[in-house]
Design a protein around this ligand. Structure first.
Ligand SMILES: *Cc1c(COP(=O)(O)O)cnc(C)c1O
Length: 338
């Protein structure tokens, strides 16, 4: 059987009676990014991309969701709930459908990318649109979970981070060693916390570099941001749930958390698509923007660097269509000179 629970059972909180709800998540590709490396002034074979957009619903959220929904089922919950900037709801909706559970998602009005909303709708989730940002949606979800006795599958659910740590195991296996550094986007900071836990369990210590959008960079500023702004909706978070986890990952690993502007994010997203053939969503391009930023200052760490590309580009078609394509018109009987 495939999926992260079957693969990493001995390192996860599951027993013989845990019903495994899986869509075959994990085992995502780790590929070289030599052109990006060259742009950052690095050698071929030094920069790698972990393609988490290749998970069943198109983001890394599936790693945590397979475990969170399996445990919800084991514990007899009738349904699952979450607040989401999009990918958590898409993943929760899919795994709940798979498990035969009800799913209610609280989404901040007008702030969710089209592909993600389409997934939640298609998988039959009940959608509550919240007038307010993610932080408000989360407060409502917490309240509803308590009232109904359903499982809250946000990253505050400990099973989510347990599932997500398996990506660190895969990277070490795929590289044949630990990377010297890992670059990743940071929103609620659950994922950076989970990776650091995974690496620690293996006894390795890559330097962890987290990247936030400049308009939503509470960890860089050292205080919450009340009105976070960025086109990278997956990291439009003002009060990260796993604040302490991110700070611990940064400090214990000798890493850093930095900010990149939306223009840099969009430029990096384009570069990955055009020069590496990898289409990721805007938030997922933040680490590439961060690498180029460090390169401009001559401060790139030595040794192999892994960039975690957290979600697929098709999640957010509007972000991509803002880039005007140059269309050429061809008459029905005509030809095209290239
Ligand atoms: C959820 C998400 C993030 C942010 O992860 P956190 O664990 O909240 O820091 C980044 N990118 C994508 C595509 C996501 O879906």
């Amino acid at each position: 059987m495939s999926g992260i629970i079957a693969r990493w059972k001995s390192r996860l909180p599951v027993g013989p009676r845990t019903p495994i709800v899986t869509l075959g998540e994990g085992a995502t590709p780790l590929i070289r990014a030599d052109r990006l490396a060259a742009r950052a002034g690095l050698k071929s074979g030094q920069v790698f991309l972990k393609l988490e957009g290749c998970n069943p619903t198109g983001s890394f959220k599936d790693r945590g969701m397979t475990l969170a929904v399996s445990k919800a089922l084991e514990e007899g919950a009738r349904g699952v709930l979450c607040a989401s900037t999009g990918n958590t709801s898409a993943s929760a909706a899919a795994y709940a459908a798979r498990a035969g559970l009800r799913c209610v998602v609280f989404l901040p009005k007008g702030k969710v990318a089209a592909g993600k909303l389409a997934q939640a709708v298609m998988h039959g989730a009940e959608i509550a649109e919240v007038k307010g940002n993610f932080d408000r949606a989360l407060a409502l979800a917490v309240e509803a979970a308590r009232a109904k006795g359903w499982a809250l599958v946000n990253s505050s659910n400990p099973h989510r981070l347990e599932g997500q740590k398996t990506a660190a195991f895969e990277i070490v296996e795929q590289l044949g060693r630990a990377p010297a550094a890992q670059f990743m986007p940071v929103g609620n900071a659950g994922n950076i916390t989970a990776y650091w836990r995974g690496y620690r369990e293996l006894g390795v210590r890559p330097r962890m570099f987290g990247w936030q959008a400049a308009g939503a960079a509470p960890l860089v500023r050292g205080r919450p941001v009340d009105d976070p702004k960025t086109l990278a909706t997956a990291i439009r978070i003002g009060r990260p749930v796993s604040w302490e986890g991110a700070v611990a990952a940064r400090d214990e690993s000798g890493g850093a958390i930095g900010a990149v502007g939306d223009a840099q994010i969009v430029a990096a997203q384009r570069l990955l698509a055009r020069e590496e053939g990898v289409f990721c969503e805007p938030a997922s391009a933040a680490p590439a923007a961060g690498l180029l930023k460090l390169a401009r200052g001559g401060r790139v760490p030595e040794g192999p660097i892994v960039l975690v590309l957290t979600g697929h580009g098709l999640k957010d078609p509007d972000a991509a269509s803002r880039q005007r394509p140059r269309l050429r018109r061809v008459p029905a009987r005509g030809g095209l000179r290239l």
